[in-house]
Write a protein that binds this ligand. Structure first.
Ligand code: AP5
Ligand code: MG
Length: 192
């Protein structure tokens, strides 16, 4: 299964991708996690990305595509993946299409987790207290939501027009949302 998981900051992409990874036995590729690992390692790329991420802006398309190509060059992506956090603008959507074509692949579905802004802000405020992620402060959250509306929402429309989009209600318990995703991608839920 090859999935692109879309949704605003706090919509539950990372949470659900972790579950889908174990259930479908395919790697979870989170561009946010890859970038945070670079920041933590203090690599040149991480140093470039750190401030941009902390204020809630997008890191350059060039850096992202380089990271993505590198990740997709690994064998474990051959039989499937869950992509979380990419694409975030139309240029990235085009780049992903080209990358997958060059690998002789196509994704099976783009799933958007739909959650209203009020609840997103509430969830991210909760995570700010629990985890202290650098971009979960109110100013950066506001910026991330605006960047999502301005740059990522057009990607959703693009996939909708291509008939590749499935919208899933992201409000509910973790199990409820997980079951909705499986239903949306037509994977049956085995008991237990
Ligand atoms: P990224 O790491 O992708 O962050 P994001 O999109 O802002 O999303 P989050 O990770 O905050 O939310 P999520 O949807 O994963 O939700 P989660 O499961 O954690 O990107 C970070 C930054 O990196 C970007 O701003 C940018 O700078 C850079 N970047 C990354 N990709 C890039 C790209 N392609 N191009 C350019 N720059 C890029 O859940 C959130 C919280 O809610 C958690 O506390 C969770 O426990 C809780 N929660 C989840 N589900 C539920 C539920 N059903 N009920 C109650 N609580 C829930
Ligand atoms: Mg995430």
């Amino acid at each position: 299964m090859r999935l692109v998981l879309l949704g605003a900051p706090g919509s539950g992409k990372g949470t659900q991708a972790a579950r889908l990874k174990s259930y479908l036995e395919v790697p979870h590729i989170s561009t946010g996690d890859l970038l945070r690992a670079e920041v933590a390692a203090g690599s040149p790329l991480g140093l470039q990305a750190k401030e941009v991420m902390a204020r809630g802006d997008l890191v350059s398309d060039e850096i992202l595509l380089g990271m993505l190509k590198d990740r997709f060059s690994r064998d474990d992506t051959r039989d499937g993946f869950i992509l979380d956090g990419y694409p975030r603008n139309l240029a990235q959507a085009a780049a992903l299409g080209e990358l997958l074509t060059s690998l002789g692949q196509q994704f099976d579905a783009a799933v958007q987790l739909d959650v209203d802004n009020e609840l997103l802000i509430e969830r991210l405020a909760g995570r700010a207290q629990a985890e202290g992620r650098a971009d979960d402060n109110p100013d950066s959250v506001r910026k991330r939501l605006k960047v999502y509306d301005d740059q990522t929402a057009p990607v959703i429309e693009f996939y909708r027009q291509q008939d590749q989009l499935t919208v899933v209600d992201g409000v509910g318990t973790l199990d409820e949302v997980f079951d909705r995703i499986l239903a949306a991608i037509k994977v049956s839920r085995t008991p237990g």
